[in-house]
Each structure stands twice: as C-alpha cells, then as structure tokens.
Design a protein around this ligand. Structure first.
Ligand code: SF4
Ligand code: SF4
Length: 388
C-alpha cells in the first residue's frame, strides 16, 4: 500500500470511528461493567466518558491533562464493547484515539516513552537485564539447548513478563512441554512482541517491530508460535495478521498444547488436596479473534485440584486483572483497587491465571494490600502435580 492509499484508509477509518462514537446515547449501561470507573467513580475513566474524549481527539479539539489520563487509564479489556446498547466498538475507538494522539505528538505519556526506550535498548518491555533473559532455564536443559538451531518449526515464545518478571511461568511451561515430549525451540535472544508499544498508540514503531519479528520468525523456519502470555497471544493472533503482509503463522496458547499432550496421555496430573480459583485473562478469551482458552485450563485444573472455584463473572465476561494496556505505570492505584476487588470475591488462598501479567499484578496487589493471596501461573501449578 502506498502513502496516499494508507492516508485515505486512515481517513475513512477515523470518519467511521467518529460517526460510531457520536452514536452514544448516554444510556450509562456501560458504566456498570467498567472497573476503572467502578474504582474511581470518575466519568473520564468510564467507557462513555472516554468516547466523548475520543470524539474531541478525532475532531482536533483541545483535551485537558485529566482527559488524556482518562484515555490512558483504559485497560482495553473490551468488556464495555459487549454491553454497549448501541454496539459501539468502544475499546477499538479508544485505541484509535491513542494512535491519533501519538500522531499529534500528544501521546504516549512519559512512562510509555520510557518503557518504549527500554524495548528498543534492551529488547524487552519490563526493564529486564538482557543478560538475565535465559536465567529461568533449568540447568539440566541449558547444557543441551540448541535454541534457534534446533530442528523444529514450533517456537515457544515466552514474552517479556515470563522471561524476566514471572520466570516460573517460563520455566514450568518449558519443563511441561519437555516432559510431554513436545518438539519446539526457543530463541536465545527473543524479541519483544510489540503489544505494549501498540497499545500505547505508537502504530508506526509497533508496525516496524511486527515486520522485523515476522522476518526473524520466517528466517528461523517458524510455522507455529506457542505463547505463554495473553498479551503476546493477542498480538500474534489479532494484531499481526492486520499489519503484516503474508502473516501465515499458526498461533496457540501453551495451555492448548499442554491440553493436547494430556489428551494424548503424554502428560498426567495427580489430584491435589487444595482448593483453587481460576481467573480468565481478557487476552486469552474475550479479546481473541476466532479462539478462546476457556475449556482447556478448566479441564486440567478440575482434574488436579480438590475443588476448582470460579469468579461470579468469568470466561467472556471476565474482569481485567487491573494491569492491561500498561495502566500500572500510569496510575498504579487503579490496578491495586481492581485487583483487590477481585481478591475480595475469592474463597480460596490460591488464584491461578494463564497470563503472567495477571500473576504479576496479583502479586503486586497482594504485596500492597497484604491480602494473603497466592497467585500462581497455571503451568507452575500443573508442574507441581505432574505424575512422573
Ligand atoms: S475497555 Fe475496559 S477499562 Fe476501557 S472503557 Fe471499556 S470496560 Fe473500561
Ligand atoms: S452503553 Fe454505549 S450507548 Fe450507552 S452510554 Fe455506554 S457507550 Fe454510550
């Protein structure tokens, strides 16, 4: 697509979004489901309020610092989209307004610029030391690991969170796949998927990252990507196909593969004596196009726990953990309050998630509130009850 075609496409898309956001009838139905509004009671941090701000942004009107913060405290969880009485794709419009803010050099915020600089310099979005990237690989595997030189067209993509901040999720996923005899490889220097940069509104940089990553995957002969993180999964499944010409890579969540190995009886799990609660990440279900990871974790956890509890709202109606779209850096008090709201509903000490970002935020909420909750990434739990 040449520059003129791309400009016209952008123009048409914005006109469409402007007309959609103007169709809000202010019925306030969306206020009931938005957690950033629930914990702040600030209309600027509600779906309806954010639509009004997006309208101003699309119309090139001035917006205040509070309105800018209203846009950047949206977790892009997409829950409001399901409840809008006029079927407005609210979260898509909020993301598009961020893209326009970046074009006008009014966004992203300083925190996003700092993290984006880290992505460029350190190739990860969590300020991890590049030298520590592979610290999570168990010693017995490290000496034989061939990385990208291994003969396999399947890549286990750990992502920045699993590699640096919730290493148990990387290590346990890797070990379970090895135990199940699954053929895969990992990259010695894995790139950032670009989801953080994309959701901050920097479309130009994220498109460049998507293309470079696709080229690297192709060079390594990758036909299937298995992701441990909801954010990476969402990026590869929903966003890359939109922006990368010729994207033809199959995308799976690690739970789908573990479940396949379980069905093939290559992995067996013991039943524990403990009760647990499962939390659906928004980026392993509601936000995904064509797939959802609802049944696989439930079947495995049902068979390896005393009782598997559910939240009152789950699957496609699951609330965000409180950390989506980089809002922890913008206003961590919102992330804490949203996480605590979920904790207040728990009947168990253990909460399990299939996304390392959720686990990371739950750990942070637990530390800040001293709630006595133990967040665990799903493969870490399953590894503990693997029958050998
Ligand atoms: S996407 Fe989520 S956080 Fe953002 S306005 Fe909608 S419900 Fe609220
Ligand atoms: S539910 Fe839809 S139409 Fe109603 S206030 Fe919210 S955004 Fe507007």
């Amino acid at each position: 697509m040449n520059e003129e075609e791309s400009f016209l496409m952008n123009y048409e898309r914005r006109r469409k979004f402007l007309s959609l956001s103007s169709s809000c009838i202010e019925c306030e139905a969306c206020l009931e489901v938005c957690d950033t509004f629930a914990v702040t009671q600030d209309l600027l941090k509600s779906p309806m309020g954010r639509l009004k701000i997006a309208n101003k942004i699309f119309n090139d009107e001035h917006i205040s610092d509070d309105e800018l913060k209203g846009i950047y405290t949206c977790t892009l969880c997409s829950l409001c989209d399901q409840f809008c009485q006029k079927e407005i794709p609210i979260s898509e419009i909020i993301l598009e307004s961020k893209i326009k803010l970046v074009e006008k050099k009014l966004g992203p915020l300083d925190i996003h610029k700092k993290i984006t600089l880290g992505v460029i310099e350190k190739e990860n979005s969590v300020n991890g030391n590049p030298e520590d990237r592979l610290n999570w690989i168990p010693e017995e595997y490290l000496k034989n690991e061939l990385f990208e030189n291994k003969k396999s067209s399947t890549l286990l993509f750990l992502g920045c969170m699993s590699s640096f901040r919730v290493k148990e999720s990387a290590s346990a996923s890797y070990q379970l796949l090895k135990e199940g005899g699954y053929n895969f490889k990992i990259f010695r220097k894995e790139p950032c998927c670009g989801e953080y940069v994309y959701s901050s509104g920097d479309l130009q940089l994220s498109k460049k990252m998507f293309q470079e990553n696709f080229d690297a995957f192709k060079k390594a002969g990758i036909k299937t990507i298995v992701a441990t993180c909801g954010g990476c999964l969402y990026a590869f499944n929903n966003v890359y196909p939109k922006y990368v010409d010729g994207w033809d890579i199959e995308v799976k969540h690690v739970m789908q593969v573990i479940h396949e190995l379980y069905q093939q009886k290559k992995l067996k799990f013991k039943r524990s004596e403990i009760e647990i609660t499962y939390h659906d990440p928004c980026r392993t279900g509601r936000k995904l196009k064509n797939i959802d990871i609802f049944d696989e974790p439930r079947e495995l956890l049902n068979n390896s726990s005393k009782i598997l509890h559910e939240f009152s709202k789950n699957k496609e109606f699951t609330p965000c953990c409180g950390a989506g779209s980089g809002i922890r850096g913008v206003d961590s008090s919102i992330s804490i309050k949203i996480g605590k709201k979920l904790f207040d509903e728990l009947k168990t000490e253990i909460i399990i998630s299939s996304c390392p970002l959720c686990v990371f935020n739950f750990n942070y909420v637990n530390y800040k509130t001293q709630a006595g909750i133990k967040p665990i990434y799903i493969t870490e739990y399953l590894l503990e009850y693997l029958e050998k």
